[in-house]
Design a protein around this ligand. Structure first.
Ligand code: ACO
Length: 150
């Protein structure tokens, strides 16, 4: 496991991480929208009720702010003898905290969760520019992503 810098910690997403800047952290990914606390809680509670298949983790800085985040979703298949596949989604590290191995730690933690849940593989989609990061996290290039926007 990559060591976190002193004072940083990793833990599951908590209901009061709205106030700790969880959504600001996700803003490095894409447009987030104007999400109210009620909307956040509605999604948080859904994930909590489905915590056998959704795991969102965060990294906290020494001043108790969310500075990193990531999710693994466990898909139930028929193939591979009703196998499980882990999908890593929404990996984000605050701009001013990048390069401290926080992203690597998020990925290591999610891989560990996926393996422990019994997934036979863990996959993700990323941009070309993030390929070197994911290679450093132990992933290899496979297939091609296709998308259709509704
Ligand atoms: N190109 C080359 N190497 C990289 C890159 C890059 N773009 N990013 C990180 N690395 C390397 C680092 O140099 C480091 O290498 P080292 O071990 O030899 O020193 C290693 O990868 C680990 O880097 P971290 O410090 O853990 O990376 P960081 O904490 O900055 O997180 C991340 C990387 C998550 C991509 C971050 O830059 C980020 O949040 N970017 C914006 C959002 C984003 O693109 N997220 C990923 C979307 S894909 C998805 O969610 C499945």
């Amino acid at each position: 496991q990559a060591a976190l810098p002193p004072g940083y910690k990793v833990r599951p997403l908590a209901s009061d991480d709205y106030e700790r800047g969880f959504l600001d952290t996700l803003a490095v990914l894409t447009e987030i929208g104007d999400i109210s606390k009620a909307q956040f809680l509605e999604r948080f509670n859904y994930l909590k009720q489905h915590n056998h298949e959704y795991f969102t983790i965060v990294i906290l800085s020494p001043d108790d702010r969310v500075v990193g985040a990531g999710t693994i979703f466990v898909e139930r298949k028929f193939i591979r003898n009703t196998g499980l596949v882990g999908h890593i989604e929404d990996i984000a590290v605050n701009k001013n905290q990048q390069g401290k191995k926080l992203g690597l730690r998020v990925i290591q933690t999610l891989k560990y969760i996926g393996a422990n849940r019994g997934c036979y593989k863990v996959i993700l989609d990323c941009s070309e520019k993030n390929v070197p990061f994911y290679e450093k996290c132990g992933f290899t290039r496979k297939e091609v992503e296709m998308a259709w926007y509704c």
